[in-house]
Design a binder for this molecule. Sequence first.
Ligand code: PRP
Ligand code: URA
Length: 208
Amino acid sequence: MSVHVMNHPLVAHKMTILRDKNTSVKDFRELVSEIGMLITYEATRDLPLTTKTIETPICEMNAPTLKGKKFAVVPILRAGLGLVDGVLRMVPSARVGHIGMFRDEETLEPHVYFCKMPKDIADRDILIVDPMLATGGSAVAAVDEMKKRGCKHIKLMVLLAAPEGIQRMQEAHPDVDIFCGALDDHLNEKGYIVPGLGDAGDRIFGTK
Ligand code: PRP
Ligand code: URA
């Protein structure tokens, strides 16, 4: 498994505004989408290309074009929804599957309550999206669900990751590459990422 931490001034700048507790819900939502778009750029670096013949105003050329490989973005509900439009702006033909999950507040373990995927999901390259990789329980369970459905090529995109979550993913799903905006220090006793950005879902949807 490889972990790609975005090392880019635009992402670093936007992440700082995102983390700030005084950032408004509107700005937070927009930043999640923008950073999602920037991480998608990195996560799609290996999409296969083919060529087609076109005519520029100057001459004919054999030009690169995406091979049209099947791709799906899978947000973990609910906070993952905030990242979907950023991915779709980069890959407009992607299909979208949804996994609904809530965490038991005591054990922090996730429970899947909803899973709706495109019919041909097993044939698609999958990008699971969620702003936070904390204990890793949600991401591991989401990958489990996708593998149960026959998916073989899976990547995970998060805004923030904790070392604990990365380690858990590495143990459970060493074949899944992780793309993240930043790697933080540790988890606190409540399972929140430190320094983190708080509860991503509440900040995206304004529920607190
Ligand atoms: C958050 C976040 C992840 C999960 C990460 O969701 O969006 O799904 O926590 O934590 P983990 O790595 O320890 O599993 P939350 O359960 O708060 O639900 P929400 O998206 O509805 O806010
Ligand atoms: N989920 C969140 O929304 N934030 C954290 O810091 C950890 C899990």
